[in-house]
Design a protein around this ligand. Structure first.
Ligand SMILES: NC(=O)c1ccc[n+]([C@@H]2O[C@H](COP(=O)([O-])OP(=O)(O)OC[C@H]3O[C@@H](n4cnc5c(N)ncnc54)[C@H](O)[C@@H]3O)[C@@H](O)[C@H]2O)c1
Length: 422
């Protein structure tokens, strides 16, 4: 691979920023991984990755090129050619919290030169790049976006744990505030991914990401609500979903679950509904409805757990419940906004002792009052009920399915006489 004589600054070395940094190094760029968390900086410089999609072996490969270093010193941003901003965009009290973007833009701004390119990747509502990031970058650099430096937006489509669709082979939507900015953003990503998809403006690119996530959020809510009704009607919703999925056109498979989690689905659609409400004074009804259904799935899981114990002449109060999975999805350590948390706290509030196993999530993230276990046969024997929340591939599905302890399977991953699906 030919070296590219340009320096890329990737601001934020998390689930999104680190894969971009790694890919840029492996494509020939020099990369500065700028990160405010000193522990992550130390780990990365020592070859330890905190993101599952990047292995320690990949970090070693990246460090061996001599073209990557992580730092928390903003002075090292001097002289960058391309800056990619991939910092968090959470919700704070029902309102988008853009403070991370503001501070990242303020950090990058003094180092912008004529001809530099700044690309925002964080998920956010349409208009953020031009109305929020642009003015901060201009004020801090004394230069004009579009005229003096390039500015664009490119949404991340990273799917943690997905080994088929990775950063490099997933088409990347790119945009710029003008034609020259678009060309530069596209040029950068053409060097690190297989396919780029240009759109005419940054707002279209910002909306693309929110459309994708809102689509998922709404469809998950649809099957979740259907699952609840189908059960009351005595119909197997999973069989209907499997059958519908054989339709080769006009249908896309989504499956019920204990609720949505992670950084994206519980938050991104609300960025859009917040903007629609603020700008148009209207309610984005689909998002409100989907939020309502998905946010109540943990309550439904607890009701089902209660009913299953009841079938065995037991109350939640005084029972031991073994929970499989704290992460918000299979094979990831990401426990942000995970539905497992409200499920566990409701079970505890009803008087259950909760045993929890999740080999992917660090112990300090475990909720208060749970006992961390390995999910062995002895743990299953000790439990009155098993609640299977996350389908990590290293969980012993056969062992869980074949035991005598009743199981509430929220992922349709298990089969056996003691197993009930959500
Ligand atoms: N995780 C995903 O699957 C995913 C997928 C697509 C899009 N996104 C979006 O990408 C963005 C980043 O998400 P993430 O999952 O990578 O978050 P993350 O928390 O894993 O990583 C963000 C990193 O940025 C660092 N940071 C915060 N402020 C900083 C600053 N001013 N300067 C330097 N570093 C700073 C944090 O310490 C953290 O390490 C969000 O907008 C998110 O919605 C995430």
């Amino acid at each position: 691979m030919a070296e590219i004589n340009e320096t890329v600054a990737v601001v934020g070395q998390g689930y999104v920023g680190l894969p971009v940094a790694v890919r840029a190094v492996l494509s020939g760029y020099r990369v500065i991984g700028f990160e405010i968390d000193d522990r992550k900086v130390d780990d990365l410089n020592a070859g330890r990755s905190h993101v599952e999609d990047i292995t320690d072996a990949q970090m070693a490969e990246v460090l061996a090129t001599g073209r990557y270093s992580a730092t928390s010193d903003p002075g090292e941003l001097a002289g960058f050619d391309v800056a990619v901003i991939s910092v968090p965009t959470p919700m704070g009290e029902g309102v988008p919290d853009l403070s991370y973007i503001e501070s990242a833009a303020a950090t990058v701004a003094p180092h912008i030169r004529r001809g530099s390119t700044v690309i925002l990747e964080s998920t956010t509502y349409p208009g953020t790049t031009e109305e929020l990031a642009g003015p901060i970058l201009e004020a801090g650099s004394g230069l004009r976006a579009g005229e003096d430096f390039h500015l664009g937006y490119s949404p991340e489509r990273i799917d943690p744990g997905n080994t088929t669709w990775r950063l490099e082979n997933t088409p990347k939507v790119v945009s710029g505030v003008d034609a020259a900015s678009l060309a530069e953003v596209k040029r950068f990503f053409d060097n690190i991914v297989d396919t780029t998809v240009p759109v005419s403006g940054t707002r279209e690119a910002e909306l693309t990401k929110l459309l994708e996530n809102t689509f998922r959020h709404v469809n998950i809510a649809l099957v979740n609500e259907l699952a609840m009704f189908a059960r009351d009607l005595g119909i197997d919703v999973w069989e209907a979903i499997d059958a519908a999925s054989t339709k080769p056109f006009g249908y896309m498979r989504f499956t019920p679950g204990p609720g949505v989690g992670g950084h994206c689905l519980p938050i991104d659609p609300s960025y859009l509904s917040w903007q629609v409400e603020r700008s148009l004074g209207q309610t984005f009804r689909f998002v409100e409805l989907a939020n309502d259904v998905n946010e109540h799935m943990p309550d439904y899981v607890v009701r089902r757990a209660q009913a299953l114990l009841n079938d065995h002449h037991k109350a939640v109060n005084g029972s031991t419940v073994l929970v499989y999975g704290l992460a918000y999805k299979a094979n990831t350590s990401d426990a942000r906004e995970t539905p497992s948390r409200p499920i566990i706290s409701q079970l505890q509030a009803l008087g259950a002792t909760v045993l929890l196993t999740d080999p992917h999530v660090a112990e300090h993230q475990f909720p208060d009052g749970v006992k961390r276990v390995d999910g062995t046969e002895d743990d299953r024997h000790a439990a009155d009920l098993i609640v299977f929340l996350v389908d990590h591939s290293d969980f012993d599905r056969d062992g869980i399915s074949s035991g005598d302890t009743p199981v509430l399977d929220c992922r349709r991953a298990l089969e056996g006489p003691s197993v009930q699906s959500l």
